[in-house]
Ligand binder design. Structure first.
Ligand code: KG4
Ligand code: ZN
Length: 406
């Protein structure tokens, strides 16, 4: 079965064509036939964060070129046999994305229907204006090509991404223009249940428990800022560019290598309370106060803050994860979302979970951030169960939860 995946929930626009075989388990394998991704991070950097309407415009501008590029890589761009555009309500579906409409019409006159069985699109969680572009694009393609749509939860995609066997995963997300061959076949690592997913991204921080594939129950979440958001905001306080996670992490690593320790300590927020919830906004305030006291920040002070901040976030994430592992007898921990690219958090989790004889599945750092492979992959399993969306009902849901779905 071939699935076209579309991702536009935040500041990455991505399209992927995936071919899968078999059901979830040892027999399942998949291949990436084509994949294209464009990050808007550099554009948003000037605003110090993602600017939803700019993200929406960029998605609308980039989706068709990325679709073409993914299909070209897959060698699945048949010539169009249309003399003229088909009668459809395309104009209505894409009324809010006129630039996307014009490009799509042009695409349809050039190219015919690719060999696909379903279109998987992220419908949440994320920035609603951004999500809508992908959703409307998927609806348009679904109607034109007469293929069903699968509505994918973005966080479920992150969970699956972390399960890909590392041998193959590292060559999945190729840099533009790379001629490195893609793996002929990828597999998921065997995971045992109960499984705990630690989802840490720019918009989410959640602990989700799963007793069977595709079944999720959230046991904790952030009460204010997400972990990635905290990294981004703290970076901004220190005049570091967006996205702040990689910047802070680079400084913190430099501090560790250089043996730079701090003479201050941040409170580990909610670390010892009896919930699985998180809170990072007080930590951000603590950093702000410190920055105010020491302005202008010396390079050494930046190293100290970065290290202590990263240690604090890691301590809290690891402590809550370990407590849930113990309480629920968790066999496998899966970490997903952009913050799972963080080396320090990875290594802390890894040593603690190893000591507890619990399996840890981490995505390769380049696949930790948003992409369309994860959406196509999640979409594949839904399509297998014929869980299709009704295009008339399908909508973008900014705060979509990852809860028990079949
Ligand atoms: O999953 P993602 O690409 O987008 C969302 O769905 O939010 O996550 C992006 C977030 C940003 O907040 C970014 O700063 C953070 O992931 N991030 C990191 C690192 N790399 C990306 N945070 C900490 N350390 C990193 N190395
Ligand atoms: Zn994400």
């Amino acid at each position: 079965m071939r699935i076209l995946g579309i991702e536009t929930s935040c500041d990455e626009t991505a399209v992927c064509l995936l071919e899968g075989e078999g059901d979830f388990g040892a027999d399942f394998s998949f291949r990436i036939l084509g994949n294209a991704l464009l990050s808007q991070a550099a554009l948003h950097a000037q605003y110090g964060g993602v600017f939803p309407n700019l993200a929406k415009r960029e998605h609308a501008k980039n989706l068709v070129p990325l679709l073409e590029s993914a299909l070209r890589e897959a060698d699945d761009l048949p010539r169009s046999d249309l003399g003229d555009l088909p009668r459809s309500n395309l104009g209505e579906l894409l009324a809010r994305e006129p630039e996307l409409l014009v490009q799509l019409q042009d695409f349809l006159l050039k190219y015919g229907k690719p060999t696909i069985d379903a279109i998987a699109v992220t419908h949440g969680p994320g920035l609603e204006p951004a999500l809508w572009v992908g959703v409307n694009f998927a609806k348009a393609l679904s109607q034109l090509w007469d293929v069903p749509i699968v509505a994918v939860n973005h966080m479920g995609g992150h969970v699956l991404m972390s399960m890909i066997r590392p041998e193959e995963a590292s060559s999945l997300q190729l840099a533009a223009g790379s001629t490195r061959p893609r793996p002929a076949s990828c597999k998921l690592q065997a995971a045992s249940f109960p499984l705990l997913a630690l989802l840490i991204s720019g918009g989410h921080t959640e602990l989700v428990l799963s007793n069977a594939f595709g079944e999720y129950r959230r046991i904790g979440e952030t009460r204010d800022d997400a972990a990635g958001e905290a990294f981004d905001k703290v970076a901004r306080l220190m005049d570091l560019p967006y996205p702040g996670g990689p910047e802070i992490s680079r400084l913190a690593a430099e501090a560790r290598i250089g043996g730079v320790t701090s003479d201050f300590r941040f409170t580990r927020p909610m670390m010892n309370d009896d919930t699985y919830d998180f809170s990072f906004s007080g930590l951000k305030t603590a950093v702000r106060n410190l920055v105010e006291q020491h302005k202008p920040l010396s390079d050494e002070m930046k190293l100290k803050i970065a290290r202590e901040f990263e240690d604090t976030v890691a301590d809290v994430l690891v402590a809550k994860t370990m407590r849930a592992v113990e309480e629920y007898g968790v066999q496998t921990v899966v970490v997903g979302g952009g913050v799972s690219a963080n080396e320090h958090i990875r290594s802390e989790l890894s040593s603690k979970l190893q000591a507890a004889s619990c399996q840890l599945l981490l995505p390769p750092p380049e696949l930790a951030t948003d992409n369309a492979i994860m959406i196509a992959l999640a979409g594949y399993f839904h399509a297998l169960k014929k869980e299709f969306a009704d295009p008339a009902e399908l909508r973008a849901i900014g705060n979509l939860r990852l809860e028990t779905s079949a």
